[in-house]
Design a protein around this ligand. Structure first.
Ligand SMILES: [Zn+2]
Ligand SMILES: [Zn+2]
Length: 731
């Protein structure tokens, strides 16, 4: 046998694949295969690459090619569908293929040493799940229709522990949930569903029933199946994870996210890649996991901004999930109470099928009453208005919990000097240093620069420096003064720095050890607090006047989400024979008896603003339609397609000059290239930043422009840092 030429993708900014020689005499490897990992020399290093083609010819002088060191034959090659997914992502987001493929793999696969890989494979061999050891039989699977009539608690396992199948007991679905499950499971081939339902309407049950049905159907045909469930932030949705595990005790369920220890992430990735894991629950990075038997994709909270990666390959996991479902010809579920405007538009024009959940799943649960507190009338120099304080007091008297939401951490966003007007600017950023009172420091949230609070004004020597505005720490201080007997807990990025501390904090709320919970967006997601009957929203108005056209959409989603934390258990004491949301069933605590209807109070200076009027009516549909109409008339996405070129340099002019030159590189028919402008926060960590927005009414035309443009930009060999983002999230 003679040598072969293999093309290998490497994690390198050069937009090319590299040719290597593979000689059987040098290694004990069998013939190289596409999708295999290979250790190769690159420069002076040895690096891991991925075989993208195997052939007999090279465009280069074969005698000058370097040799593959070793192939990772112990691992199954990455499947062709996965390679195609990466190719699509590389093309669409304008990144070199290797920079898409390699970083998506766990670190343990990308090292020259095979210690981690061998250990992970050994563990796999000793812990094969039941489902792959014994051939699944159709008889072991109870049809879903029969399962539906059984209402056993989630923790009660069926007697037959050896059955290789999905869990056989499940909660009863209400008609809306059942119709949604039927629609999803009846889909032949690709079908995208927008599952639209308020918090507590039981979306999770729909996901789990659909997964159960899809797995059961495949098993009945003697095939295995995998389901991918994407969630925005796994640490904020532990209840979902426990629900999934409880529902499928006989199947391997793995998680994939960046917080996992390396060894565990590698093992879980391999379980997905080898088809052992029937269910993968993961954050955005898991959309790039290899899953050879993938039959259903669920994207929970599909509108969530954290699905967008903000560095490197700036992809949207939601959008890639849609592409992947179409590629594999399988159904997809996008779930949200406040869908993204893009998804709403697709549901409107028929590309997605909208499935509405109009009832709250717990039979007696009601939507919380929303009230607006006009801050022009209720002046509150300390931040908390009289009506909100009265509502807090009433909860304390009744022994119920309250949540205050303020999306600004720290004590005060800025310090200033009344005498001379000095303000605590960051010297490296066009931003303020935030006052953090507990550790007596000023801290920049953009570059992490910190310093002690100055004893006196650096400009005039005045010793009476004042905090301006308020963050969570300041509200916490005020609450402790006003309600000395109340148990107040603050949850934000500062209070939860230690690993596991966020979970411990949330647990104490669930145990009823907290009267007033105060926090940033961390408290808005995932958790259901059953004794919580009041949500207060402090100072949300700034988003109404943001330059970012998506700010309103995000604010509405955030307010709906935080409002949904209240009163999901409803006022009934009995959990009875009602279909609860899975989150509720898994949390294990009983709803309090005799609670009042929950209330959401929003402090605003603009109570007539259409966004708040829509919120009062729980009218997301109305808000979305109005937003779409505005975007259409303003020529904004989703009615145009955008890409954003960013550049940074020591001097702003250098960045602007680069963008100006980039602008003139190519003819641009059907494309609008705007003027280069400084970014909103122009300087971060001493670098000045500017951007250039490229737009087109046609996605295809924009894509056709970007590819040669990027090639020409790379040819410029500019030494300043630049990057391109397709479908940018923030402008
Ligand atoms: Zn001063
Ligand atoms: Zn800074």
């Amino acid at each position: 046998m003679t040598g072969r030429i293999v093309k290998i993708a490497l994690d390198s900014p050069l937009d090319t694949e590299f040719d290597y020689r593979w000689l059987p005499a040098q290694t004990a490897d069998s013939e190289p295969r596409v999708g295999q990992l290979a250790l190769v020399p690159f420069g002076r290093r040895e690096v891991i690459g991925l075989v993208t083609a195997v052939g007999d010819a090279s465009d280069y002088d074969a005698s000058k090619l370097r040799d593959v060191i070793v192939l990772r034959t112990q691992l199954e090659p990455l499947p062709p569908a996965w390679l195609d997914l990466c190719r699509f992502a590389a093309d669409y987001y304008q990144r070199p293929l290797g920079e898409v493929m390699l970083p998506s793999l766990p670190t343990g696969l990308r090292t020259a040493s095979t210690v981690a890989l061998d250990r992970a494979l050994k563990k796999r061999a000793t812990a094969r799940p039941v489902a792959t050891v014994s051939a699944p039989s159709a008889a072991a699977v109870v049809p879903l229709a029969a399962a539906d009539t059984v209402n056993t608690p989630d923790h009660a396992r069926p007697a037959d522990h050896h059955a290789a199948g999905a869990r056989t007991s499940a909660t009863v679905l209400n008609p809306g949930q059942q119709a949604a499950v039927d629609a999803i499971t009846a889909a032949q081939g690709f079908a995208a569903h927008l599952l639209f339902g308020v918090t507590g309407s039981g979306k999770t049950e729909v996901y789990l029933h659909a997964a159960e049905a899809v797995i059961a159907r495949e098993q009945a045909q003697g095939r295995s199946a995998q389901v991918l469930i994407l969630v925005p932030e796994i640490n904020l949705t532990p209840q979902l994870e426990s629900s999934v595990r409880a529902r499928f005790p006989h199947l391997q369920v793995v998680t994939l996210h960046s917080q996992l220890a390396e060894g565990e992430r590698l093992r879980n990735w391999i379980a997905a890649h080898h088809g052992d894991a029937a269910i993968v629950l993961g954050t955005r990075l898991s959309v790039l996991a290899a899953m050879p038997q993938l039959k259903l994709i669920v994207v929970d909270e599909e509108h969530d901004p954290s699905y967008k990666q903000q560095e490197g390959l700036r992809y949207s996991a939601r959008d890639l999930a849609v592409w992947r479902a179409r590629q594999l010809d399988i159904p997809l579920v996008l779930g949200s109470a406040t869908p993204s405007i893009e998804s709403w538009q697709h549901a409107g024009n028929g590309r997605y099928r909208r499935l509405d959940l109009t009832q709250r799943a717990a039979a007696n649960a009601q939507l919380p009453r929303v009230g607006l507190i006009d801050m022009e009338v209720n002046k509150a120099p300390e931040g908390l208005s009289a009506p909100l304080l009265a509502a807090l007091r009433a909860r304390l008297e009744r022994g119920e919990q309250s949540l205050l939401f303020l999306n600004r951490r720290g004590y005060a966003p800025v310090m200033h000097c009344d005498a001379c007007g000095w303000i605590s600017h960051c010297r490296r950023c066009t931003a303020f240093m935030v006052l953090h009172k507990p550790d007596r420091r000023l801290r920049c949230h953009h570059c992490s620069l910190e310093q002690r609070i100055p004893r006196a004004c650096p400009t005039c020597g005045n010793v009476d420096l004042q905090p301006l505005g308020r963050g969570t720490q300041r509200i916490e201080e005020q609450l402790r003064t006003l309600f000395p007997q109340a148990r107040v807990l603050r949850i934000d990025a500062d209070s939860t720095r230690r690993k596991g501390s966020a979970q411990a904090a949330f647990d104490s709320v669930h145990r009823g050890e907290v009267d007033i919970l105060l926090g940033t967006q961390m408290v808005a997601k995932g958790h259901d607090f059953q004794r919580l009957t009041l949500v207060g929203v402090i100072n949300p108005d700034t988003a109404l006047f943001s330059q970012d056209y998506r700010a309103g959409e995000r604010l509405f989603a955030q307010l709906m989400q935080v409002a949904g934390r209240a009163g999901r258990a409803g006022s009934a004491g009995s959990t009875g024979n009602v279909a609860q949301s899975a989150e509720l069933a898994a949390s294990g605590s009983e709803p309090a008896i005799g609670m009042q209807r929950s209330e959401v109070l929003v402090q605003t200076r603009y109570p007539q603003h259409p966004l708040y009027r829509a919120l009062l009516a729980h009218d997301y549909a109305g808000f979305a339609e109005a937003t779409l109409a505005e975007r259409r008339s303003a020529g904004l996405p989703p009615f145009v397609f955008q890409a954003l070129l960013r550049a940074e340099a020591k001097q702003l002019q250098q960045a602007l000059d680069f963008l100006q030159a980039a602008r003139k590189l190519m003819p641009c028919e059907g494309i609008v290239i705007n003027d280069p402008v400084p970014m909103t926060i122009m300087r971060v960590a001493g670098q000045e930043r500017a951007q250039l927005l490229v737009e087109s009414a046609s996605r295809a035309r924009l894509q056709a422009f970007l590819k040669p443009w990027m090639a020409a930009l790379r040819e410029m060999k500019s030494r300043l840092r630049w990057s391109l983002e397709v479908d940018p999230a923030d402008i």
